[in-house]
Design a protein around this ligand. Structure first.
Ligand code: ZN
Length: 290
């Protein structure tokens, strides 16, 4: 199968500053190294500009990303979620991202946009207003067909490290490599069932400490399983691309799940054979929020 891997939330994940032992620069650099080790290039990172306002030195992270052969796209300025604000405020946030990220956006082959939490609009009016604005500025909205919940593993990893529990830390890493592959295959089968044909997947990672530590192994595990990493442009075709922004939804779901849910036929989010593992990781994460 083929997938276009993407990143969200460069240069700094909105919910957190890196814990001791990590830096925002180091996290992204480790992910870049993992990509380079496996010959994966041209990866679009959907970026926010709020962190650069606050920490101008984080501009180097985006410079490095582009210098390494990858691309930057708009993920709004402040990462506000569409259900929390009105369409005009959301559009203003996109516009601010366009202005503040312009020096990197202009270097990318395509002008792309990703909605925070992949929320397209929970009312028909908001959906139409945002879609119209994106069309107006010539931006293509990009969704996700499979994500691997590395933000939940990140919390379990942090809890294990904070507790000095080396065995738990190893379990967190090993279980993620099993889960992420199984979840991708599950989402791919669900997408094929929904669209009636095999599709090029769009996968997602975030710049969190856990993903930085596991990225090279994650890409390697997928490649060993026969996954081919391709350019995102190859995935932005019908029937996948024509479905993006096509339904009213306030759910945090990948593309085919949003469509199925809006059609009144919701599907499972987590690969069935790993539900116990996922529950264990959530329990290990406890009440950590980042
Ligand atoms: Zn995001």
């Amino acid at each position: 199968m083929k997938t276009a891997f993407t990143m969200d939330d460069l240069p700094l994940w909105p919910q957190s500053y890196p814990p001791d032992g990590y830096t925002a620069q180091g996290i992204v650099r480790a992910i870049q190294d993992g990509l380079a080790q496996h010959g994966i290039s041209g990866v679009y990172a959907f970026a926010n500009s709020w962190a650069i306002d606050k920490h101008p030195e984080f501009a180097d992270i985006l410079d490095d990303w582009v210098a390494a052969g990858h691309h930057i796209a708009n993920h709004t300025h402040a990462h506000q979620q569409l259900p929390d604000i009105n369409a005009a405020a959301f559009i203003a946030d996109i516009a601010e991202g366009e202005r503040k990220l312009a020096r990197w956006l202009n270097k990318a082959p395509r002008k792309l946009f990703r909605h925070p939490l992949c929320h397209w609009g929970e009312t028909a009016t908001k959906l139409a207003a945002v879609n119209a604005y994106l069309a107006d500025i010539g931006a293509t909205p990009v969704d996700v067909t499979s994500w691997c919940y590395e933000w939940t593993w990140n919390r379990a990893y942090r809890a294990a490290r904070d507790a000095g529990d080396r065995k738990a830390e190893i379990y967190v890493k090993d279980s993620f490599l099993t889960f992420s592959l199984a979840q991708l295959m599950f989402d791919q089968a669900a997408a094929k069932a929904w669209f009636g044909q095999d599709i090029t997947a769009i996968t997602l990672g975030h710049n969190v400490p856990f993903f930085a530590d596991v990225a090279a192994d994650y890409f390697g595990r997928l490649i060993d399983a026969g996954v081919m990493f391709v350019a995102l442009e190859d995935a932005l075709v019908a029937p996948v691309q024509s479905a993006v922004g096509s339904v009213v939804s306030d759910k945090f779901l990948v593309l085919q799940q949003k469509l199925a849910d809006a059609a009144g036929r919701p599907t499972p989010q987590i690969v069935p054979e790993c539900q116990e593992m996922f529950a264990r990781i959530k329990a290990m994460a406890g009440d950590l929020t980042v």
